[in-house]
Design a protein around this ligand. Structure first.
Ligand SMILES: NC(=O)c1ccc[n+]([C@@H]2O[C@H](COP(=O)([O-])OP(=O)(O)OC[C@H]3O[C@@H](n4cnc5c(N)ncnc54)[C@H](OP(=O)(O)O)[C@@H]3O)[C@@H](O)[C@H]2O)c1
Length: 214
């Protein structure tokens, strides 16, 4: 049995992941979120619901203790760097090593061409620098992390993705939240893959100057 803690369990990707995890008999889920009542209707009956804030060290350390995998599905332009510090500190304290961290495309200036320029234009207003700073904190830790850098997210009910590694140009413009969730499940079930990697995620054949719906 693998114990997986989801931080930010009410997030949109997290909800897709909960839906995929719930059929896996080898996974024991704990769901950490700021307002527990929001997740109660969709939480699997055998999951544990924990109300807490990632920026509260006591809440977080108690939740992380005894877990095998921490999947952080967090957001916040002005708080994501602090949240990264808080997660690393709590995991170090609890002696938990495996972290899956959702970030974004563009944190290494890895998006080429006109789409890269458009991405900067859309995301430079604090978001990219702060998400980049958060990723640096994770990478400077000694955790067994995987940073996931999704393309622009859609709510399509599909699992269709390919990956790129840090140091290579980002490919494509979009990916579904369900695809990101499927990759998270794959990582949680295979503890030896993508360790200390930062992985871009996109839907194949979606190259363009901007996402199709813009
Ligand atoms: N939109 C895009 O195209 C795109 C592309 C690439 C990457 N991303 C990034 O991917 C990440 C996940 O996406 P998503 O759609 O799942 O995001 P989301 O729906 O905004 O989920 C993020 C969750 O983080 C939780 N959270 C924030 N601060 C917290 C704290 N201090 N303690 C506990 N929970 C906290 C929020 O909780 P509450 O429910 O309590 O507010 C929210 O449920 C985000 O960081 C997003 O910026 C987005």
């Amino acid at each position: 049995m693998t114990k997986v803690l989801i931080l930010g369990a009410n997030g949109q990707i997290a909800r897709e992941a909960i839906d995929l995890f719930k059929d896996r008999k080898d996974i024991q889920l704990s769901l950490f979120l700021r307002q527990a009542k929001r997740i109660q209707p969709v939480a699997p009956s055998d999951s544990k619901i924990i109300e807490g804030d990632v920026l509260n060290p006591e809440d977080l350390t108690a939740a992380v203790t005894g877990q095998d995998v921490v999947y952080a599905n967090l957001s916040g332009t002005n708080s994501i760097e602090k949240q990264a510090k808080s997660v690393v500190t709590a995991m170090d304290k609890a002696g938990v090593k495996r972290l899956i961290w959702i970030s974004t495309l563009g944190i290494y200036d890895e998006v080429p061409g006109k789409f890269g320029e458009w991405n900067h234009h859309m995301l430079d207003d604090g978001y990219l620098p702060n998400y980049s700073a958060a990723a640096k904190i994770i990478e400077a830790s000694d955790l067994d992390y995987t940073i996931i850098r999704p393309a622009w997210l859609t709510n399509k009910h599909e699992i269709d993705y390919e990956t790129t590694q840090k140091g290579t140009p980002f490919v494509g413009t979009e990916v579904s939240r369900r695809s990101v969730a499927a990759f998270v499940v794959e990582l949680a079930e295979n503890p030896a893959i993508e360790i200390r990697h930062s992985v871009g995620l996109n839907k194949p054949n979606t190259d363009g100057d901007q996402p199709a719906w813009y």
